[in-house]
Design a protein around this ligand. Sequence first.
Ligand code: PLP
Length: 406
Amino acid sequence: MSHKEANDLQDLQYFGEYGGVNPSISDSSTYTFLSAKTMFDTFEGNTEGCYLYSRHSSPSNLYLGEALAALEGTETANVTASGMGAITAVILQLCNAGDHIISSRTIYGGTYAFMKNFLKKFDITTSFVDITNLETIKKAIRPNTKMIYCESVSNPLLEVADISALSRISKENNIPLVVDNTFSPLSITPAKLGADIVIHSLTKFINGTSDAVAGVVCGTKEFCLSLKDVNNGAGMLLGSTLDSLRSASILKNMRTLHIRIKKHSENAHFLAERFEKDGLKVIYPGLPSHSGHLIMEDQMNPQYGYGGLLTIDVGSLEKANALMEMMQERKIGYLAVSLGFYKTLFSAPGSSTSSEIPMEEQISMGLGEGLIRFSIGLDNDIQRTYELMKKCMIDLEILKRDTSNV
Ligand code: PLP
């Protein structure tokens, strides 16, 4: 696998108007035109390089969009005010009233709730399937199916989607494959594997500083333009536009993404191996015991590793809560949702980020109440972190003292 996308990103340069090393921030919501005719043409979407109104597009948003398109190897990209802003715009652009979606059943709780509950308003139904079972997906296709949706590495169970296989099914049936790549930027490049549209919550690893909420839709020029269409574009009309100031700050943070992802992956891999050896139930795509390990190996860009997320099931919510509180007290990380921060973040998804998924469905997909999702931080000394975490687990009798020399 080549370094092409990271290099494309590295080579992408935008200068400020006085030669600044960062592009100037577009501090305007509206733009003047020298002729009324050009304004009309811009409304019609026919004038490249002209700006109309910042809900439609702004220079800062275009810079960030082009950086993300380089990252994902797509023709272009539209940035949005949140990951959900990207997801909902894509769904509503692709589906009409009465249509059908096939989605992985293990996805972010907000996406699940939107598909399962909110889309009822439009009579759009979703079949939630085990995305690793290709036969089930083929059987679920209906004449009105308008989208196959999955996360490349799923939230929270870290299920790995076989994007090439899914893309073959989607192409045979002429249905777009939409992949949320929030958990695996750089590690996986879904468009190279055949995904038609790639989405991110930039709120997570790509921004990496937990100070902004943002999203992106990466795809063809045709699709991204359709989202901006003044008459029919879900991006333009639903208004999930990112503010230029935020775009500029996210673009600057993105410049260190490759270094951060390597370190997140290295640290998470280290902990996953150690805790599995200690006898804990660990899910991490880098472990040979992970059901999607071989698919991950096959489709990943190896230099970025298997990602910064892992889960550990400690058996009960009570134990999970006690462990998380203790880890926070001992400064190992923060009891918080979200991911991709420099500090380790942990939460129990069954009672937080996936609580929108009904309990019986959580159980059927293997989401135990004692499951803790960890977004492993950029800790300099991960051996020390391991020892501190292990000490918490021994103190709470999650691990037996005699299994350890800590
Ligand atoms: N996709 C995934 C995989 C997520 O984990 C999240 C948020 O947690 C989202 C999308 C939604 O992103 P945002 O919170 O930026 O709207």
